[in-house]
Design a protein around this ligand. Sequence first.
Ligand code: SF4
Length: 347
Amino acid sequence: MSFNQEFSDSDYSFEPSVAAGIRASLADWFLLMGRELPWREKPSPYAVLVSEFMLQQTQVATVIPYFLRWMEKFPTLADLATAPESTVLHLWQGLGYYSRARNLHKAAQAVMGHFSGLIPSDPALLKTLPGVGAYSAGAIASFAFDRAEAAVDANIARVLSRLANFQMPVDTPNGARQIWRLAVALLPSGGGRLHTSALMELGALVCVAKNPRCLECPIQRDCAAVEPEQLPRKGPRRATIKLNESAAWMVRGSEVLLEQQQGRRAGGLWKLPPLNEAGEGPVLFETVYPFTHHKVTLRIFEAPVPEVLGENQRWFTQGVVLAEAALPAAHRRALQVLLKSGNPALS
Ligand code: SF4
């Protein structure tokens, strides 16, 4: 038996000789099969920091063009730290979860202010930066500084669950703690960059969620999974809640009215002004978008121009609004469609 397994609170772990074999096979495989990614070519601490923020909840293929644009606009940490928040949010448009952009901006400012512009290598210090949790701290320490630190994201949790035939839900505090221990048990004494990259890449390319490619897997010999597709186990899902959002299409000549959002989650972004109730008259535009465990239906209605603008409202020229304003994806789509459609309100 390769593993010390008990389907209870007991620790799962790898025997040291098995762990060494897994590490060696993973490293050999990664050196042959690992993808070339822009942040892997020159893994400067700043490039790694940016890529890790972008990759949270977003796929590699989506991130690559954003990463390249970002590094062109903000080639150094100091460039990012001193940029206006509106420019940062604008460049992030389309990646979603804008709190990541705001936290990345604040993290750059914190590094300039508290660490003399040098991103720390110690995960404990990394975790003091806004938006950097246990996973990101371990990943940045591994990728940027080659430290042997554990980092468990969804890909790595899946690989470890299957390797150890781990039967506890990984999204419970105890399950997550046990998976983290497995990650630590598998760590090499040095060379964290290669090890963590290989583990993550295996999860992305071979040990995928559906139809894992076990026959091509470099560590199949040491894998204890009996029904890999059933792993990792998860707790019950939160039910999806349907929500309605109504917003106003208000135009004045060639201008359109937007309202800037406040608060932690969406602060700084511009939207079509919200309506408390569904407007009267026809729906000009409708779309459905997901938001955490919600499914939101956004409907846009024509509305009369207000006599006095709200505190956070501003007129934008329709020809430049898409270039000037950072907008959530659904509102950007609405504007694109309505500006193009030659809506009667605009004529
Ligand atoms: S053998 Fe299959 S289940 Fe096990 S680690 Fe490899 S791909 Fe995943």
